[in-house]
Design a binder for this molecule. Structure first.
Ligand code: ADP
Ligand code: MG
Length: 872
């Protein structure tokens, strides 16, 4: 058993022969139905063969602009009310049937509002068959003599077709028809049909396709579906009908076969052999549809019905006797006849609830059809590549191949000229006009099978001739006798030889009888020889004919070969061109690769650089942070120092003031004593004072001392110890003192260290040293060591006479001075300025403080000022 797939449009389209690039617009025809007697006003007028004019009904004659508006629409052809079904068929459907017979697809649909005559046009009315029965009639008229035996072709369930030999087909038929006694399998006769049904197929024009390939066998398969509410229902599905509780029909799915053609999965396809049989199948489906509509309360005008006629054809073998068992040779073509649902808008029918939703869906599928047509038109007009939304509805999805690929598409727009339909008719016209702007690729020609044409005819002629001749000779004519039986018949027709025995000399009967028989036999032999010669010559001529045919075939084959060679040569050159292209492209790729590697290297090095820079930056950043932290530390340290210094100064100032107070107090006491005591009891202080005045002052370091004019008279010889080595010191360091970074740190051996001056300590020592710190004008800490001698006062207390001041200070080296000088805010002084150019001029005053006995206040304080002057 062989299988074939439909040759219907495929996507992507295969390499097509000659006419593949040609396109035809969708053929749009307009049919205006007659006005029904109930309607008065006619709003449509046929202007000429291709134009109709619509004018608004009387009540609506003025449009918004106040103008009377008439609109004209042009179509491939316009059919007025007088047109007959036959005329319409001849123009619109006949070419589609011709295409079907020649292996091409076709789609014909009727479009219009309810009541506009779509069904009348497609199916027809009783006694006035429409396009559908006429198409069937024409098909069977055309192929009747060449139909294959039933079941030679068998549909598979994947939109393909299987083929089997006649014997297998016969066996299958016996098997099937033995099991089921289906009425459709037995020939119908018009007498037992319903009158309405019989009327519709009573077509008398015997129309047929002229050029049918006689060397093929044909089979017709029909299917009938309904699309309702965007569900597909098989109207030919065999279902037990339960009148009490009808089973709701099962919806079918759309599938795509291996050639990308859409088909309805599991849809019944009935093989039909006559118009009657086919129409009977249609009528059954129609009845089912009506039952479903009434039982399920559906509106018939809201469903689309699709009647599909599939024609399978396969060539005869070389003898012209049997069908060729090659699946590649099967051609399938399909003609789909679609009676669309009413195109009117929902509100017109005043539908409600479920009905409204269904109506919405119907309208939706027609909307999708409109959108698809619009997109197709736009794509073709502007060369765009917008996606056509075929999948949005079952209707458009089913027929997408027709619009996408090849296959003639024709549409009949039906209009009712009544006033009520005017608005809707305008919409219909607009859509129809737009549709005819869409172009569909011209169908591909059926490939030639390569066998000699006229096989069927020659085979038939041979058979006829043989039987004629046999009849002539009085031989067996019935059946097809083989060569052996013909010879036997001829030999049997020889007259038997009579007895040759002479009975006496006067026997005059035997010899003449023998002579006559022999003569007869000779004549027959002669006739046979003649016949033989004739046969030989006819055989020769037949052989010659065959030779001619063979030669012709060879020619064809050679022609094909040369064609193929040409194709191969062109393909070779194409391949060479492509190879060259590949080489150049490879070269380009090479270059690009090299460039890429160069760029990549560069990129890598740049990245490396970038990384380095980033690291450097980060290092710098961290350095900066560290520096900042250090600076902050320094600043806080400095401020701490400053705070301490301030405190100390305040304390010093306080001390100074107190000292002054005490001095004054003491003076006052002394004055009191002078006033109250006798002259002889004057203290020995003046003599001590005198001694001291006589004693030269010991210079300390480089600073020359000068006695203050108001220094109290204190004798140096009254110090407790004269030996320098044995001198005992009071080292008075106030607690506020800070350790400076001076190299020379004062260290007094064998000293009593005190932080607060105490008389007890002073009593034990004869030398006193006060460490005093203050801030110099340059911001550095200046430490002063104020030294003095300790004396016992007359009142029993201790007094210190300051003798020396040692100043310790720290100075920045000249380099750093320079740096400071270069500060941008302050203009620097003379470049060569150095510390050596400065001299210290010290003014000092010694204050003798006599500490009162019991007083725990600090020792005397010597005021000390340094003024820096620039050298002249
Ligand atoms: P549709 O299928 O568009 O709803 P129908 O084909 O059912 O419309 O037509 C409605 C009625 O009009 C039917 O009774 C039909 O016989 C009649 N009719 C439609 N077209 C014609 C026509 N061209 N000539 C005569 N009668 C027509
Ligand atoms: Mg209808």
């Amino acid at each position: 058993m062989k299988t074939a797939r439909t040759k219907t449009p495929r996507r992507p389209p295969p390499k097509k022969p000659s006419n593949a690039d040609q396109k035809d617009p969708v053929g749009v025809y307009c049919r205006v139905r007659p006005l029904s007697p109930s309607d008065q006003e006619c709003c449509i007028e046929v202007i000429n063969e291709t134009t109709v004019q619509l004018h608004p009904p009387d009540g609506h004659k003025v449009n918004r602009n106040g103008e009377y508006k008439e609109t004209q629409y042009s179509f491939k052809q316009v059919f007025g009310t007088q047109i007959t079904q036959k005329e319409l068929f001849d123009v619109v459907a006949k070419p589609l049937v011709e295409d079907l017979i020649h292996g091409r697809n076709g789609l014909l649909f009727t479009y219009g509002v309810t009541g506009s005559g779509k069904t009348h046009t497609m199916t027809g009315s009783p006694g006035d068959g429409g396009l559908l029965p006429r198409c069937l009639d024409m098909i069977f008229n055309s192929i009747s003599k060449f139909q294959a035996k039933r079941y030679v072709f068998k549909t598979d369930d994947r939109n393909g077709m299987d083929i089997q030999c006649e014997v297998d087909a016969l066996l299958e038929r016996q098997k099937r028809e033995g099991h089921s006694q289906l009425a459709s399998k037995t020939p119908l006769n018009k007498q037992r049909m319903e009158p309405e049904f019989a009327d519709m197929i009573n077509i008398q024009d015997h129309c047929k396709v002229e050029e049918v390939d006689e060397d093929s066998v044909y089979s017709v398969f029909v299917s009938y579906i309904e699309i309702y509410n965007n569900y597909i229902y098989d109207l030919l599905e065999e279902m037990p009908i339960d009148p009490i509780k009808p089973r709701p029909p099962q919806s079918r799915n759309l599938r795509e076969d291996q050639n990308h053609n859409m088909y309805i999965a599991g849809c019944t396809e009935v093989e039909v052999k006559t118009t009657e049989e086919a129409f009977d199948v249609f009528w059954k489906g129609q009845k089912k549809r009506r039952i479903a509509n009434t039982t399920l309360n559906r509106e018939s005008s809201r469903s689309h019905s699709v009647f599909m006629i599939k024609l399978a054809q396969a060539p005869l073998d070389a003898d012209g006797d049997n069908v060729l068992q090659e699946k590649e040779q099967i051609t399938l073509s399909q003609l789909s006849l679609v009676d669309l649902a009413g195109s009117e808008r929902t509100n017109r029918t005043k539908a409600e609830g479920n009905r409204l939703r269904e109506a919405g869906n119907i309208n939706q599928s027609l909307m999708t059809l409109r959108t698809c047509i619009e997109v197709l038109r736009e794509n073709q007009r502007y060369g765009t590549n917008k996606m056509v939304p075929y999948r949005d509805s079952k209707l458009t999805h089913l027929f997408k191949n027709y619009f996408d690929g090849e296959g003639k598409v024709r549409m009949i727009v039906c209009v009712n000229p009544k006033a009520d339909d005017h608005e809707e008719s305008l919409q219909v016209m607009r859509f129809a006009e737009m549709t005819q702007e869409v172009e569909v690729a011209r169908p591909v020609d059926k490939p030639i099978c390569g066998l000699t044409p006229g096989r069927r005819y020659r085979n038939q002629a041979f058979k006829d001739e043989l039987s004629r001749r046999l009849e002539e000779r009085g031989g067996p004519v019935i059946g097809e006798p083989d060569d052996q039986s013909v010879i036997e018949v001829l030999i049997q027709s020889f007259p038997p030889i009579p007895s040759c025995e002479l009975l006496n000399a006067n026997d005059e009967n035997t010899l003449p009888l023998l002579i006559e028989v022999l003569e007869k036999r000779r004549r027959i032999r002669h006739m046979m020889a003649e016949e033989f010669n004739k046969n030989v010559s006819s055989f020769k001529s037949m052989l010659q004919e065959v030779n001619g045919v063979v030669a012709a075939k060879e020619n064809i084959v050679q022609g094909r070969m040369s064609e193929r060679d040409k194709i191969i040569a062109s393909q070779k050159s194409e391949m060479e061109r492509l190879e060259k292209k590949i080489k150049t492209l490879e070269y380009k790729i090479d270059i690009l690769e090299k460039t890429t590697t160069i760029y990549e290297d560069e990129k890598r090095s740049l990245q490396h650089d970038l990384e380095n820079q980033t690291q450097k930056l980060q290092r710098q950043l961290s350095d900066k942070r560290r520096l900042e932290a250090r600076l902050q530390g320094m600043v806080s340290e400095n401020s701490m120092k400053w705070e301490k210094e301030c405190e100390r100064r305040v304390a010093a100032k306080q001390l100074e003031m107190q000292n002054k107070l005490w001095v004054k107090d003491e003076k006052l006491k002394q004055l009191k004593a002078i006033v109250t005591e006798p002259k002889s009891e004057r203290p020995e202080r003046p003599s001590r004072e005198r001694d001291r005045e006589r004693e030269p002052r010991v210079p300390v370091r480089s600073i020359s001392p000068s006695p203050a004019p108001n220094v109290p008279p204190v004798h140096a010889r009254h110090r407790r110890s004269r030996s320098a080595g044995a001198e005992r010191w009071v080292d008075h360091k106030p607690p506020s003192s800070v350790e400076t970074e001076t190299v020379m740190q004062p260290h007094v051996p064998n000293a009593i260290k005190v932080s607060v001056a105490s008389e007890k300590a002073l009593a034990k020592c004869d030398k006193y040293m006060l460490t005093h710190q203050q801030l110099a004008s340059d911001g550095e800490i200046e430490t002063k060591l104020i030294k003095g001698d300790v004396f016992r006062t007359r009142g029993g207390g201790q007094a210190v006479q300051f003798t020396d001041i040692e100043t310790l200070r720290q100075e920045s080296p000249p380099g750093s001075t320079r740096k400071r000088k270069s500060s941008p805010t302050k203009p620097p002084p003379q470049e060569d300025t150095t510390e050596s150019e400065w001299t210290d001029v010290e003014t000092r005053c010694a204050v003798a403080v006599e500490m009162r006995a019991g007083s725990n206040l600090g020792p005397g304080y010597q005021h000390h000022a340094i003024t820096k002057r620039r050298k002249p």
